[in-house]
Design a protein around this ligand. Structure first.
Ligand SMILES: [Zn+2]
Length: 548
């Protein structure tokens, strides 16, 4: 002990500039600003956790106090999910999960098992169902849930988060009857509450406690770091979420960097202006989130023309033009970035027009964001770049939604759907993410979809509208630099470069050397934030265990 101390002191005296950590023998892969793949073999990291030098080839290595031998493994920048719901991810993992149920009967079985295993849970909450995966294609009903759990409230959210199904006990607790009218912007049928109607049930659900939120945040971080995600555009952050983020920051347990977008102008009562970066660039309130419409699956997306499979409906317009302009202007005037959910082509056109007006009024670097930018009239895409609008998109939505989108839109309106390459070609900025927990936060199926327009099983052959494929470099850039830029963080994260944080991951394969299906099954082995290992895969975890 004593000997080591003396030797160490002598070494420090001999070379006072000795730096902290050298990551050596790395097969380093990242994307440059032009969307090309570049390579490196080592990283020199200072005491604060920032990168001092990026080393290439076999160039001479500087001396470092600690050397980590990556042993030829692939090192990537930490992935940044541009759009996710952090505490929701934790709650989803802790609540009843019916994702992937192949039938109503399977949903009912999972509900039966959960209810039996959790007699202490007073309100059974969960979600992930998607009736599009069921043979019947029919929405579940209150009676379907009553048949399993008649005595406790049950509320299960649809996979897209835009509809819930409630049992009779939940409706009774909420004071809702068959005669209750749906509010503007919502629909009710047989226990299913769509968009604005959800509030009728949700207002009766007991609010999560601080302890519940802390537990959910811890669970979410564990999941994210395990997938190699080191930064998130934290969407629809509530004030209670924000307070949980602050508690984790104060306690030193915040490892995922959160660029937070608080929900709606109501949040501005508690948060009148954006915050500076806190806790070593781990947390910032940067923007306000708005919604222009609903989702395509529940036919809440606001379309220019009627739905192909519901000709009397164009979906849900949430705000008049004057209203959305007034709301977003109020947040922009307070210095916030604006991020607005827009799925349908009418909602996207409305938001582009809104942002064009805001861009004239606030001509600086404001980075107006459209979240999802899912179904867009091709004539509107060239309007993004001149107004400084960022398309924040989720590649796995394309692979999940493909057949549903064809049903909702017909084949003639797909030209501007999930149109990543058209966005890049128009000169606009692209940020990638998953909208977790709507999709898994695993970034690798998204990178795979981005370059192939195929799902993890290689469907459809040749890719869906393959002209919208990206190169691997373009996809990686959108998932790192693009998402960092979208959160005003490109000088801190998103690339492994001198002066930026040493947020990186070691993965089990080289994305430049595998086909898209194998890329989708990439697994993180270690996740590092600010030069410190914050997660590593348990040695006995099988290589294919979580590859889906
Ligand atoms: Zn979302």
């Amino acid at each position: 002990m004593r000997k080591t101390f003396i030797a160490l002191s002598a070494a420090l005296l001999a070379s006072p500039a000795l730096s902290d950590t050298l990551i050596d023998h790395a097969n380093g892969v990242q994307a440059d600003t032009a969307g090309n793949v570049t390579h490196f073999t080592g990283l020199l990291i200072d005491d604060d956790g920032k990168i001092l030098r990026v080393l290439h080839g076999t160039e001479p290595r500087p001396k470092a106090r600690a050397v980590v031998d990556a042993a030829g493994k692939t090192v990537l920048p930490g992935m940044i999910d541009g759009h996710g719901h952090v505490t929701d991810l934790g709650f989803y993992a802790l609540r009843l999960n019916v994702t992937g149920s192949a039938s109503l009967a399977e949903l009912q079985q999972r509900l039966r098992d959960y209810a039996a295993a959790h007699p202490e849970v007073k309100w059974i909450q969960g979600g992930g169902w998607n009736q599009e995966l069921w043979p019947s294609k029919k929405f579940p009903t209150a009676a379907d849930l009553d048949a399993i759990v008649p005595d406790r409230p049950v509320v299960l959210e649809r996979v897209d988060g835009h509809a819930i199904v409630a049992n009779s006990a939940a409706m009774k607790a909420a004071g809702v009857t068959a005669a209750t009218p749906a509010p503007h912007g919502g629909e009710i049928h047989d226990g299913v509450f769509v968009d604005a109607a959800r509030g009728l049930i949700e207002r009766a659900i007991p609010k999560p406690t601080e302890a519940d939120l802390d537990q959910a945040l811890a669970k979410a971080q564990e999941i994210l770091l395990g997938y190699g995600v080191t930064g998130v555009g934290s969407m629809s952050t509530s004030v209670a979420d924000w307070n949980a983020f602050r508690r984790a920051g104060e306690a030193g347990t915040l490892n995922v960097r959160l660029m937070s977008y608080l929900l709606g102008v109501e949040s501005m009562k508690a948060m009148p202006h954006p915050t500076p970066w806190l806790y070593g660039d781990r947390l910032r309130a940067v923007g306000i989130k708005f919604f222009a419409d609903g989702a395509l699956g529940s036919r809440g997306a606001w379309l220019k023309q009627p739905y192909a499979d519901k000709p009397d409906s164009r979906g849900l317009q949430f705000h008049s033009d004057a209203e959305i302009l007034a709301l977003t202007d109020q947040a922009a005037a307070a210095g916030f970035q604006i991020a607005t959910h827009a799925i349908g082509d009418a909602a996207n056109a409305q938001m582009i027009s809104t942002y064009e007006q805001l861009h004239r009024k606030y001509p600086g670097d404001r980075r107006w964001r459209i979240e999802h930018f899912q179904v867009v009239d091709p004539v509107d895409i060239p309007r993004l770049a001149p107004a400084g609008i960022i398309a924040s998109m989720q590649p796995t939505h394309q692979t999940s939604d493909r057949l549903m989108a064809e049903a909702r839109l017909g084949t003639k309106r797909l030209a501007g759907a999930y149109a990543w390459q058209s966005v890049l070609k128009s000169g606009a900025r692209l940020a990638f993410g998953t909208d977790f927990p709507v999709e898994s936060p695993n970034p690798f199926p998204g990178l795979s979809a981005a370059i192939s327009r195929q799902d993890v099983n290689g469907q459809p052959p040749g890719g869906w509208i393959p002209s919208e494929r990206l190169t691997l470099g373009e996809a990686l850039r959108a998932y790192t630099r693009g998402s960092a830029y979208a959160g005003f963080a490109e000088n801190k994260i998103g690339a492994l470069e001198p002066g930026k944080w040493a947020d990186f991951i070691i993965v089990d394969r080289d994305p430049t050397k595998v086909d898209p299906q194998r890329l989708a099954r990439t697994q993180a082995l270690e996740t590092w934030v600010a030069g410190k290992k914050v997660w590593s895969r348990a040695p006995n975890a099988s290589a294919s265990e979580r590859g889906q």
